[in-house]
Write a protein that binds this ligand. Structure first.
Ligand code: NAD
Ligand code: DAU
Length: 354
C-alpha cells in the first residue's frame, strides 16, 4: 500500500470509467488528493460521484482539457504527481456522425495536456507519471482466431479509434522525444453501473425496461470481449502504481461474446428481474442497418498484465451482468435523468428506422 502524500489529476472522472477510478482512488488512498477535471459533456455526470463528492481528499473542477491556461493553473496549484487521462469522446457511432469532435478532444486535448505536463515536470520527471487510458480498438479488427497483444500493429478503422490511436502515438512520442514518464493501457469493452445508455448494454437494458425495440446492427455476430468496469479500475490502480515506464498493458476479461448471444442472456435475465414471461424480451430484437465500418471482432490477450502485475478479473460475466442489470433497475432516477432532453434527439437520429 502506497502511503505517500500525492496529488493526482484524473481527467474525465465524471464519465463512466472515470467515476469508478475516482471512487476507487478516493476510498483506497485517503492520503492522495484527487482532482477530477471534467468538461461535463453529455457523457459526464456529477450524479455518478454523489457518494464521494464531499470526501476531504477530492476536488472537482469543471473544465476542458483543451484549455491550456486552466491546465497550467491546476498544475501550478496542485503540483501533480501524476495524471490519469480518461477524458475523451468515447462513442463510435457519434464519431461517425461528427469525427471532428473526436479529433478535438482525443487528439488536440491529449496533446494540450501532454504539453502542460512536460513543461511543469521538466527536471522532475523521475517522480512523475502520465498514464493514458486507451482502447483495444486501435488494433483494428480480428478474424475468427487470434488475440490482440501489446505488439499487434495499430490499424484503427473508425474515426473514434483513429483519434485514440493518434493520441497513443503522441503519448509515446512525448516519452521518446521529451523523456516524459508515461504508461498506456488498452482495454476491451467495459460494462457496469453508470454507463451512458448509448452503449450496447445500458441501451438495451433501458429499451427492454420500456418495451422498446432492441436495434441489433448487421447480422448480430460481431464479437466483443467484455470486462466489468470495477475490474478495469483495479487494473488502472495496479498499472498506475506498478506499471513499467514507457510500457503498454492490454486489459481484457477473456470473455468474448457474439452480440446476439449476449443480447439473448441480457433479455433472459431482464425477464427474470422484471418478472416477465421468459422469452418476452427476445421478441423486441430488431435487426437494423449495420454500423458503417463495423469491426468484426475484438479480443484481448491480457497475459502481460496478469503475469507481470498479478491482475485478474474478480467476477464472472453472469455475476457482473446481473449486478449491472440490478443497478440500472434500482437507479431509475439516474436512468430517467440521463435519458431525458438531448438523449431523445440523439436516439431519434441514430435509430431512425426503429
Ligand atoms: P465516457 O464517454 O463515459 O466519459 C468521458 C468523460 O470525459 C465524460 O465525463 C466527459 O464529460 C469527459 N470529457 C469529454 N471531453 C472532455 C474534454 N474536452 N475535457 C474534459 N473532459 C471531457 O467514456 P468512458 O467510457 O468512461 O471512457 C473513458 C476512457 O476510457 C476514454 O478515454 C475511452 O476511450 C477509454 N475506454 C473506454 C472503454 C469502454 O468500454 N467504455 C474501453 C476502453 C477504453
Ligand atoms: O473495445 C473498447 C471500446 O468499446 C471502447 O473504446 C469504446 O469507447 C466503447 O464505446 C466500446 O466500443 P463498441 O463500439 O464496441 O461499443 P458499443 O457498446 O457501441 O457496441 C458494442 C457492440 O454492439 C458493437 O458490435 C456494436 C453493437 N451495437 C451497438 C449499439 C449501440 C448494436 O448492435 N446496436 C446498438 O444499438
Amino acid at each position: 500500500m502506497d502511503t505517500k502524500q500525492r496529488s493526482i489529476l484524473i481527467t474525465g472522472g465524471a464519465g463512466f470509467i472515470g467515476s469508478h477510478v475516482v471512487r476507487l482512488f478516493i476510498k483506497k488512498y485517503a492520503q492522495y488528493h484527487i482532482v477530477n477535471l471534467d468538461k461535463l459533456t453529455y457523457a459526464g455526470n456529477l450524479e455518478n460521484l454523489k457518494d464521494i463528492e464531499k470526501a476531504p481528499n477530492y476536488t472537482f473542477v469543471k473544465g476542458d482539457i483543451l484549455d491550456a491556461d486552466l491546465l497550467n493553473e491546476l498544475f501550478e496549484k496542485y503540483n501533480f504527481h501524476g495524471v490519469i487521462h480518461l477524458a475523451a469522446e468515447s462513442h463510435v457511432d457519434r464519431s461517425i456522425s461528427n469525427p471532428l469532435a473526436f479529433v478535438e478532444t482525443n487528439v488536440l486535448g491529449t496533446v494540450t495536456l501532454l504539453n502542460v505536463a512536460k513543461t511543469h515536470w521538466k527536471g522532475k520527471e523521475e517522480d512523475k507519471l502520465f498514464y493514458h487510458i486507451s482502447t483495444d480498438e486501435v488494433y483494428g479488427t480480428l478474424g475468427e482466431e487470434g488475440l490482440f497483444t501489446e505488439e499487434t500493429p495499430y490499424d484503427p478503422r473508425s474515426p473514434y479509434s483513429s483519434a485514440k490511436a493518434s493520441s497513443d502515438h503522441f503519448v509515446r512520442a512525448y516519452h521518446h522525444t521529451f523523456g516524459l514518464p508515461v504508461v498506456i493501457s488498452n482495454c476491451s469493452n467495459n460494462y457496469g453501473s453508470h454507463q451512458f445508455p448509448e452503449k450496447l448494454i445500458p441501451l438495451f437494458i433501458n429499451n427492454i425496461k420500456h418495451n422498446k425495440p432492441l436495434p441489433v446492427y448487421g447480422d448480430g455476430k460481431y464479437t466483443r470481449d467484455w470486462l466489468w468496469v470495477v475490474d478495469h479500475a483495479a487494473a488502472i490502480d495496479l498499472i498506475y502504481h506498478k506499471g513499467r515506464l514507457g510500457e503498454t498493458y492490454n486489459i481484457g476479461g477473456r470473455n468474448e461474446w457474439k452480440n446476439i448471444d449476449l443480447i439473448h442472456v441480457l433479455c433472459d435475465v431482464m425477464d427474470e428481474e422484471l418478472g416477465r414471461e421468459q422469452g418476452s424480451s427476445r421478441n423486441l430484437i430488431t435487426y437494423v442497418t449495420d454500423r458503417p465500418g463495423h469491426d468484426r471482432r475484438y479480443a484481448i490477450d491480457a497475459t502481460k498484465l496478469e503475469n507481470e502485475l498479478g491482475w485478474k478479473a474478480s467476477v464472472t460475466f453472469r455475476e457482473g451482468l446481473r449486478g449491472t442489470i440490478t443497478w440500472y433497475l434500482q437507479n431509475e432516477e439516474w436512468l430517467n435523468n440521463v435519458t431525458s432532453g438531448n438523449y431523445q434527439d440523439y436516439y431519434r437520429k441514430q435509430y431512425r428506422s426503429v
